[in-house]
Write a protein that binds this ligand. Structure first.
Ligand SMILES: Cc1ncc(COP(=O)(O)O)c(C=O)c1O
Length: 377
């Protein structure tokens, strides 16, 4: 019974060009990965500053695990509330300019926790229709009334704010969108917040480390809460939420996804601080990311591709799901890994190739990619 349903769904997924079958990565070295014995140039990672491939960070992580052991062995709420973690959270709050911070095991878990806990029945949540799946899951579980607004369309957001005049309103968005690659118009967003008043939650997962002064992101001062992950520019895994004082206590008391899970180990907290120090020193890497991103965008446009994105995430429109999947497979046969994002990650009929540009990329990689793309589309 269940087996038939599972099989039928997978078959349908294949027929519609939506099947997911990620390649097995045998090895990673900088911007290259090995797949089926072939060395492949990757544009599919979020390692924007190259820290995920850094031996220096790996050595620090190893040192901390050796000194502090491998596990917190308990939930934060039982015996996992280590001083090392509390201090590391304070370091993150200070660096990014917020009152407090709270670590989570992943960004997905963090969005689920904050959105499902801080909002509830009787509140209204207004959200950009392209926010990440973890935000969608979090707001759905909250019980709040939900209203989407058109992607990055702040006129539409204002209409929603005018129409939904409830006291407890939250707005959920990203600062750099994970698939579209475009930026939240931050100043108009801040103006709307001042004019209409709402509780702002901005997911800065793809911006922190890369955008803003020393990678501090773009939403400070215009949002109440910001989310960052360690798994992208910081080169680790896990996440941090930056929040006002008092909200941490609330989450510690009421956020089920935090209360009932094992805390990240102490060594991880120290590793996160080590990663943050590297982020602070990474001006040169941030300049490279900017340069290769601009160059990739300009080259693709010059070659006639329809391209979106204003920073280091570049999306190349493919449209049809089967075409996107085929182009990705063909690129792989030419030694290039590029992720084809398809429904439900992006809207139906709007499949893309999603490129993550990093400080590990070189100018010659752009030529390699664009020439390959031209031969396969
Ligand atoms: C915008 C956004 N938020 C949150 C997440 C989840 O972060 P993590 O990978 O740490 O679970 C992602 C990751 O894909 C993301 O793109």
């Amino acid at each position: 019974m269940f087996e038939k349903r599972f099989r039928d769904r997978i078959n349908l997924q294949q027929l519609e060009g939506l099947h997911r079958n990620p390649p097995v990565i045998e090895k990673r070295e900088g911007r290259f990965v090995t797949i089926k014995g072939q060395k492949v140039l990757s544009f599919a990672s979020n390692d924007y500053l190259g820290l995920g491939a850094s031996h220096q960070l790996a050595a620090q992580v190893g040192k901390h695990f050796k000194a502090f052991g491998s596990s917190a062995s308990s939930s934060r709420l039982v015996a996992g509330n280590y001083q090392t973690i509390c201090r590391a959270e304070k370091t993150f709050a200070d660096y990014f300019g917020y009152e407090d911070a709270l670590f989570f095991s992943s960004g997905y878990q963090a969005n689920l926790a904050i959105l499902s806990t801080l909002f509830e029945k009787g509140d209204i949540l207004i959200f950009d229709k392209h926010v990440h799946a973890s935000c969608v899951k979090g707001i759905t579980l909250s019980g709040a009334g939900l209203k989407g607004y058109r992607h990055n369309n702040l006129k539409h957001l204002e209409k929603r704010l005018e129409a939904l005049n409830c006291k407890n309103r939250g707005v959920v968005t990203e600062s750099l969108f994970s698939m579209d690659g475009d930026l939240l118009p931050i100043k108009p967003f801040g103006d709307l917040k001042k004019k209409h008043g709402f509780y702002g939650v901005v997911d800065e997962a793809h911006a922190f480390g890369v955008l803003g002064d020393k990678g501090r992101g773009i939403a400070k001062g215009v949002t109440d809460i910001a989310l960052g992950t360690f798994g992208k520019a910081l080169g680790l895994f896990g996440a941090f939420v930056l929040l006002p004082r008092g909200v941490k206590e609330y989450l510690m008391n009421f956020a089920s996804p935090l209360i009932y899970t094992t805390s990240l180990p102490q060594a991880h907290a120290l590793a996160a601080v080590a990663a943050l120090e590297l982020v602070e020193q990474a001006d040169n890497a941030r300049k490279i990311v900017k340069d290769v991103s601009e160059s990739m965008g300009e080259t693709l446009i010059r070659e006639g591709f329809q391209v979106f994105g204003n920073a280091h995430i570049i999306s190349v429109l493919m449209g049809d799901e089967k075409k996107a999947a085929q182009v990705s497979r063909d690129l792989l046969s030419l030694g290039i890994l590029a992720f084809s994002a398809r429904f439900p990650t992006v809207p139906l009929g709007k499949a893309i190739l999603r490129l993550g540009m990093t400080a590990l990329h070189r100018e010659e990689d752009i030529k390699t990619f664009v020439n390959a793309l031209k031969t396969v589309v």
